[in-house]
Design a protein around this ligand. Structure first.
Ligand SMILES: Cc1cc2nc3c(=O)[nH]c(=O)nc-3n(C[C@H](O)[C@H](O)[C@H](O)COP(=O)(O)O)c2cc1C
Length: 260
């Protein structure tokens, strides 16, 4: 069985989960969703993984767009792999719904806990706690690999149902509407060194360098890549991120996040 895992990842958690799974499965290839969307080229593999972070108890907008475009082999085993800081909401159900409309069955949805990266609400957890999570992630991915190898069906890891359901229904739709224009609330402090890394890590080219300083456009994904990867922590979102510890997965380099 050959596998392709399409991934979207701003701070590396989903990329690490996808890489670890690919290593367990063998004969597996990783493809950035952004790249597949740009080229319109999709792989006809026996198993297709869709790896992404949970946003507002649902799926990132770019993942929804990807799901509306992805092409898969009729017999393919399709699974989603969500990374999340606390609760997945109805992320897998959303994947399932979009694919179902296109006649594609989502066989399973797996959830993996990782450090949260939403700095507007909280700062990065301690390195020790991160390490504990990474160890658990490795164990969980090994279990997921076993399920994928057996082509297990009807696993939807989004329990407990009620809070996940309510949070998704209350927050996802209104929140998602605001996301593309949320770039207007990012700003930079005097610490900005004009290095331009923020523009390069942005997965959707939503940052334009004007006079060597970032200017945010109107199709933001709210992924926090610009804020988290800024080497001098100059980038802020509204007021709450000032002074908060940043996060990106320690095993992922900025070069791996930049999609060529
Ligand atoms: C805009 C945004 C919204 C988020 N919403 C949720 C959420 O609803 N539930 C949750 O558990 N984690 C949430 N998170 C945390 C991420 O899902 C989590 O840290 C994820 O592993 C990041 O993956 P990445 O490093 O591949 O980008 C959110 C993060 C961002 C940036």
């Amino acid at each position: 069985m050959n596998t392709v895992i399409y991934y979207f990842s701003a701070t590396g958690n989903s990329l690490v989960a996808a890489k670890d799974l690919a290593a367990w499965l063998g004969n597996a290839k990783l493809v950035p969703m952004v790249k597949a969307l740009r080229s319109g080229e999709y792989e006809m593999a026996d198993a297709i993984g869709i790896a992404f972070p949970v946003y507002m108890f649902g799926i990132p907008l770019i993942v929804a767009n990807f799901l509306k475009n992805v092409k898969v082999k009729q017999s393919a085993y399709v699974f989603s792999l969500a990374t999340l800081g606390g609760l997945p909401g109805l992320a897998h159900s959303q994947v399932q719904e979009i694919l179902k409309k296109r006649g594609i069955e989502l066989a399973a949805g797996f959830s993996v806990l990782m450090p949260g990266n939403y700095t507007p609400l909280y700062e990065a957890i301690s390195k020790d706690k991160q390490q504990e999570m990474f160890e658990k992630e490795k164990i969980k991915i090994k279990e997921i690999a076993a399920s994928v190898r057996e082509r297990k069906k009807t696993i939807m890891e989004q329990k407990p149902f009620l809070p996940n359901f309510l949070l998704n229904k209350l927050l996802y739709k209104p929140g998602s509407k605001q996301i593309p224009l949320s770039g207007k609330d990012f700003w930079y402090t005097d610490a900005c060194t004009k290095c331009g890394l923020c523009a390069r890590v942005c997965p959707v080219a939503n940052i334009e360098m004007r006079d060597q300083r970032p200017a945010w456009l109107d199709h933001c994904q709210h992924c926090m890549a610009c804020l988290q990867w800024c080497p001098v922590e100059a980038i802020q979102y509204k007021k709450s991120t000032v002074g908060r510890k940043r996060y990106h997965h320690p095993d992922v380099s900025k070069e791996e996040i930049i999609v060529q």
